[in-house]
Design a protein around this ligand. Structure first.
Ligand SMILES: *Cc1c(COP(=O)(O)O)cnc(C)c1O
Length: 463
């Protein structure tokens, strides 16, 4: 009997082992190191017979498991790193077990896309966004920015009497932005729009990353009526600044442009009545990017795009999988493969569906408000300790700070991260070396702030 047949008979034992290990990992995640110490030798040759899954698990546990970091734990504050709720893990396991290829909602015997369409409705409801958005799941906010900007690109073509999807991009497509995320710029290169082509809009005075609306209008006027794409921010990564969406709404009345909002994590401000003013007016955007593997706390890889339904034909022109001109209503014979980059896809919506259904609006309001409280508490420590300084006020869930002696930042951060107790990432802001701590993990509590600040005070004595 070969190993595959043996494993088929051993399914119960294999999954039981993995379940036991998974529970052990998750229940001790707060004790696990946030920094990886060991290294691993790469094996180049595949063995002939294979080992079977139980032996493979042993090998995984010997070689890789000890160096897995607690990146989904409560003190991994680098980048913008979410965790995984229990319900999201359940949904993710089931997505693997049912292994649907999520494309069409009707016909074809596959209804998994209906779950995806429903999950999009649940997310619109969570964010109090209008229901005239169409949405779907992609692997991350990078691909969501790409998808949204691809439809924007097609819209620009239409304004100029061209079909960029068929004819290729021609001319110099204008893109305006103040503090775009690096992935939006990367999307411009992938879309053939040119990462060097975007027009820099000034930021507001007074330690802000949000766009200066007056300068935006000047730059719009300089385009002499040419259609353009505006990439605006709901939460910049350094200081979590938000563009003024109500002011952008007013400009949208006067000028002809595609309005995209990168709300990868900042969109979750909408979950709390304390912070939803930050996204006031965002419902009129043409497209919005939201990450799910950040503040929704579902496993990687998960993000959504929202594109206004009235642009559905542009979206299908961009992503249709056959070269035949698309006839009729794209929602007849609906299939996701005509709306986004991938063709075959896993049922990526299921972890999100599980966690949304399990914890509801209140659950997410609590996560968001607690994370912001943690950020404020941590910022309190920074501003009270004379060795540190805040580089920007805390507007939501991220603390951007430096050492009073800026030259100590690299050695401080290296030493701090090496403790394995907490993890933060370096940045550069306002001409200064800085450090970012981002709070988006549902597990993070007061005692984690305490533990991290004690470690930080210790490092100060070693510098
Ligand atoms: C994280 C992030 C992205 C990129 O998201 P990925 O999920 O890493 O692809 C884009 N925009 C913003 C504002 C982000 O925070």
């Amino acid at each position: 009997m070969n190993n595959l047949n043996i494993d088929q008979q051993n399914l119960d034992a294999i999954l039981a082992e993995v379940k036991k290990q998974g529970i052990d990992y998750l229940n001790h995640i707060h004790e696990r190191s946030t920094a990886s110490s060991g290294e691993v030798q790469i094996i180049g040759d595949l063995n002939e017979q294979g080992t079977g899954a139980i032996e493979a698990l042993k090998q995984f546990n010997q070689r890789f498991e000890p160096i897995m970091v607690a990146s989904s734990g409560p003190r991994y504050w680098g980048f913008v790193t979410g965790g995984t709720t229990p319900a999201a893990i359940a949904g993710d396991w089931l997505a693997t077990i049912y292994d649907q290829n999520t494309q069409s909602a009707k016909g074809g015997g596959d209804i998994s896309a209906t779950i995806e369409l429903e999950t999009i409705q649940l997310l619109l409801s969570l964010f109090n966004l209008p229901k005239d958005f169409f949405g779907g799941f992609v692997t991350g906010a990078t691909l969501s920015n790409f998808t949204c900007l691809a439809v924007g690109r097609q819209w620009i073509g239409k304004q100029l009497g061209k079909d960029f999807a068929r004819e290729g991009v021609s001319g110099n497509v204008k893109v305006l932005s103040a503090t775009p995320h690096s992935s939006a710029i990367k999307s411009l290169s992938m879309l053939g729009l040119g990462s060097g082509n975007f027009i820099q809009v000034n930021v507001m005075q007074g330690n802000r990353e949000a766009l200066d609306v007056a300068d935006l209008e000047l730059k719009i006027k300089a385009l002499n009526g040419e259609p353009f794409i505006l990439i605006s921010s709901a939460g910049t990564v350094n200081t979590v600044d938000f563009d003024d969406f109500e002011a952008i709404n007013a400009l949208k009345e006067k000028y002809n442009f595609w309005w995209h909002i990168d709300a990868a994590f900042g969109g979750f401000a909408a979950c709390s009545p304390k912070y939803d003013h930050l996204v006031k007016g965002w419902g009129n955007a043409d497209s919005i990017t939201v990450d799910c593997h950040k503040w929704l706390n579902v496993p990687y890889e998960s993000a959504v795009f929202f594109v206004k339904e009235k642009h559905q034909l542009l979206q299908v022109e961009t992503f249709q999988n056959s070269n035949a001109a698309y006839l009729g209503n794209p929602m007849d014979n609906f299939s996701y493969l005509n709306f986004l980059p991938e063709n075959s896809r896993r049922l990526r919506a299921l972890p999100a569906w599980f966690t949304l259904t399990s914890y509801g609006k209140q659950g997410y309001q609590e996560i968001v408000e607690r994370n912001v409280d943690m950020a404020l508490q941590f910022a309190g420590f920074i501003s009270e300790n004379p060795n540190f300084e805040l580089l920007a006020p805390v507007r939501l869930n991220t603390v951007c700070f430096s050492l009073t002696d800026e030259s100590l930042v690299p050695s401080f951060l290296t030493k701090l991260n090496a403790t394995g107790k907490v993890f933060m990432t370096p940045t550069f802001y306002n001409g200064k070396k800085g450090i970012r701590a981002a709070f988006v993990n549902w597990r993070t509590k007061n005692e984690d702030i305490e533990l991290a600040t004690v470690a930080m005070k210790e490092i100060l004595t070693e510098l």
